[in-house]
Design a protein around this ligand. Sequence first.
Ligand SMILES: Cc1cc2nc3c(=O)[nH]c(=O)nc-3n(C[C@H](O)[C@H](O)[C@H](O)COP(=O)(O)OP(=O)(O)OC[C@H]3O[C@@H](n4cnc5c(N)ncnc54)[C@H](O)[C@@H]3O)c2cc1C
Length: 555
Amino acid sequence: MVTKKELVSYSTDASRIKGIAERVVFPKDVREVEDIIKTPATDIVPRGAGSGLVGGVVPNNSVVVDMTKMNKVLEFNSGKRVVKVEAGITIRELNEKLSSRGYEFPIDVYNQGISTIGGMIATNSTGDRSMKYGTMKDWVDGVEYIDGKGEFIKATKADIGEVCGMEGITGIIVSAKLRVIPLVKRSISVYQSDNIDEVLSVARRLKAEKEVIKLKLFSKYTSKLLGLPEKYNLIIEFDSEKRGKVTGAEYEKVLNLEKRAYYGLASEGYYNMEDPKFFFDKIREFLNFLEASDIPYIGNLGSGIIHPFFRDDEKSKRERVVDFIRTSQGKPGKFGIGIVRKYFVDPFDMTIIQRVKLRHDPYARMNRGKLIGEMSSGKRYSMTPGVKEKIMEIKPSPLEEKSARELVKNTVEISTPKSNGFENSDSPEEKMHAFIKEVSKENITETKKEEFYKPEVKETVKTDPIEERPRPKSSVDYNLINKIMNNKYNPSDKQGLSKEPPASIDKKTENRFSDNSNKPRTSESDRDAINKIMTNRFGKGFSNNNSNKEGRSND
Ligand SMILES: Cc1cc2nc3c(=O)[nH]c(=O)nc-3n(C[C@H](O)[C@H](O)[C@H](O)COP(=O)(O)OP(=O)(O)OC[C@H]3O[C@@H](n4cnc5c(N)ncnc54)[C@H](O)[C@@H]3O)c2cc1C
């Protein structure tokens, strides 16, 4: 039973748009979810952690279905490298359990402590390592959900487009089968420069490298806020412990530091952000625009997703940025559409999504007004009078503000070097090491190695030895990359960056996501259309049919 006070917290999500929750329910199993959908509620809002930024769970006099009580690992098959989980488990809970068995789920969304697998599938989430690991749909082998008619559906890989990325408008996800990988020991290097062109050319080159999985850029302002030298800082993460210079506990500290960047910006009043995704060649233009407009940003140069940040009183700045994104063919990067960004859904996509929705939710009771807005053909669909007007933006609560301030106070305290920790060292790596030493007061959650699965986890097959994939022939000049990483690269050097095309993709990797064992439920034309929508909305290279490697973006 939810108190009136608690009901208020269910009236919004991280978008801070406010609606009205009529009731909140916490199903504990599939049967209870079915029962909820079969009640005559007019609007049912599936909810994970409510960490979405686009109003995806903002209710409209709705019954909010909080899925966080369904958080079990149901089955783990190490031989097939598949884990079956309930929808309400958080990505961190899952990874803690998997790591004790030597595995991990590789989509690393930023707020891992709260994001649920159901919410991540519904929004087709992607993380900072998306240049290698793609989006959720690349890792979901099957989904079980109850659709708007109360029917239990087992979607195979071929049909997941009917629920994955649909933001809860076709049904409630109750469980999913996810592919996992053996735990990877990773490392980081940091490239620092005053010159953005230099940073972009380093990033362009590193994008072609198989072991590079993240290229995260902090603008000068965000770098300063983090206590890093006031330069462009490019964090380069490798899927190997041997390549980067920062490893082990120090590596964890850098990851932790990266994550605090968002809180640091929030504490300066930058609560709002956009997430456009651009082709690499467009990024320079967008960054120019942001800098000319004095807008702080964090960018992921691997996936092309750039986050500009805005204060509450910078609405017109934000509108100008959104206009820029739309006119330069930027796509929503990872936060989804929700109720605030429906202008990004093109009319053709909308028709297809409506068709799929009608099939699963003919009375339009599932998460009304999200993703495609009001449907004209739904039989009982109409917005409750007056509610639309009540949906309004609200200010952060004093509590939110206070916790953000405390976080940044810590950030500043630990990230300001006492003496000149950086000045005496010459390479960016050495500077980073000096810096990391200063950060050592930070608490990092150690993975509980000894902690084993909850009793409900059944292991069905023993782990097979992990086969090493041969490294594809690469056109990358490693000496040059090393020079760049060690800050010894001279851009006027005639050796320059090689003009050869990027490394080719091995056939074996191409087939990794295909699944021929299941017969599709969706009609072929719908499936093609859904695939097109997924590709349009979430970027090139992540489609099932795409011949790209491991979801790596090919723009
Ligand atoms: C600071 C910050 C950083 C973020 N970083 C990232 C990032 O790196 N990558 C990223 O992709 N996103 C990011 N997000 C956005 C958000 O955290 C993700 O979209 C996340 O996956 C949402 O999970 P959730 O459990 O909070 O879902 P919710 O916010 O509760 O729901 C999101 C959508 O999914 C639907 N939904 C939830 N559960 C179910 C279910 N069981 N069945 C059907 N539909 C369901 C909801 O109806 C809603 O439409 C970020 C958000 C914040 C605030």
